[in-house]
Ligand binder design. Structure first.
Ligand code: SAM
Length: 259
């Protein structure tokens, strides 16, 4: 007997992801399927001294999956685009690196995350940050205006990853960089997992098989120059942990250059 699997409902997925990350913004101390906050950031490799220079409330709502800012190697004066900027932790760290002559644009679809990032930016008076409402598949950002696109733990949540990588390529100037952390799998996940919106929102269901993920980046016009596994990242719930073991779900960080 075969069990029929309902196809992924992308509207339901979007609403579920928004509800989940609204809670991450408003009640970061709650328990989620994934870890959050400063202990996670430090374990992933974020330097404590850098975290000390940005608003603590942004770090409380951090829900990323790996460190990648060393790969981004941001320089003073650069313009950065953070896809899925959440409450702003990576954007604020990037702002400190590009300095007052640079700029960081964050794009996110969850109102509570945007409101928190904007309020913290206004208080902290860091280098210019601009948090925009929108989708990572279609960010409202000019063509070839960005030096480095960053993203942390977000692209796995998108049902259209090729569109996200195409948007990154479109907004980057020639030779611009894409530096990110995300979740991928060793083996293709079965439909029972990829059609489960709860597992998508928990950063597992949408994880792409790693060779397909690399191909999607290269098909968008990038050359991948660095790729590493973040062994320090782990999932919290038993269900998530089982999928992790069985299908080789892992966090990776990478650097790619627009050809
Ligand atoms: C796992 S959190 C990561 C946030 C932040 N990068 C961090 O490291 O804390 C995912 C964020 O991506 C946003 N997001 C997910 N899918 C999105 C999409 N398709 N377009 C825009 N934002 C999206 C969510 O609203 C949420 O704020």
């Amino acid at each position: 007997m075969t069990t029929e699997v309902r196809p992924l409902d992308t509207l339901e997925l979007k609403e579920r992801v928004q509800r989940m990350y609204e809670e991450v913004a408003l009640e970061p101390e709650r328990e989620f399927h994934f870890e959050t906050g400063r202990p996670l950031a430090e374990r992933l490799g974020y330097p404590a001294a850098d975290l000390d220079r940005i608003p603590a409330a942004a770090i409380d709502s951090f829900a990323g999956v790996g460190y990648f800012l060393d790969l981004a190697a941001l320089a003073p004066g650069e313009t950065v685009l953070d896809l899925g900027s959440g409450s702003g932790m990576d954007s604020f760290l990037a702002a400190n690196q590009v300095g007052p002559g640079g700029r960081v644009i964050g794009v996110d679809m969850t109102d509570a995350q945007l409101a928190k990032a904007r309020a913290l930016a206004a208080e902290a008076r860091l280098a210019p940050t601009d948090f925009r409402e929108g989708y990572i598949e279609t960010p409202l950002v000019e063509d070839e205006s960005i030096d480095c696109v960053i993203s942390n733990g977000v692209i796995n949540l998108s049902p259209d990853k090729p569109a996200v990588f195409a948007a990154a390529a479109r907004t980057l100037r020639p030779d611009g960089r894409l530096a990110l952390a995300d979740i991928v799998t060793e083996h293709q996940l079965p439909e029972g997992i990829t059609c489960d919106v709860a597992l998508w929102a928990a950063c597992i269901g949408g994880a792409m098989q790693r060779d397909a993920y690399r191909n999607a980046i290269e098909d968008a016009g990038f050359t991948i120059t660095e790729w590493r596994t973040n062994i320090a990242y782990r999932f919290v719930s038993e269900r998530a942990d089982n999928a992790t073991q069985k299908y080789g779900v892992t966090s990776i960080s990478l650097l790619a250059v627009r050809s």
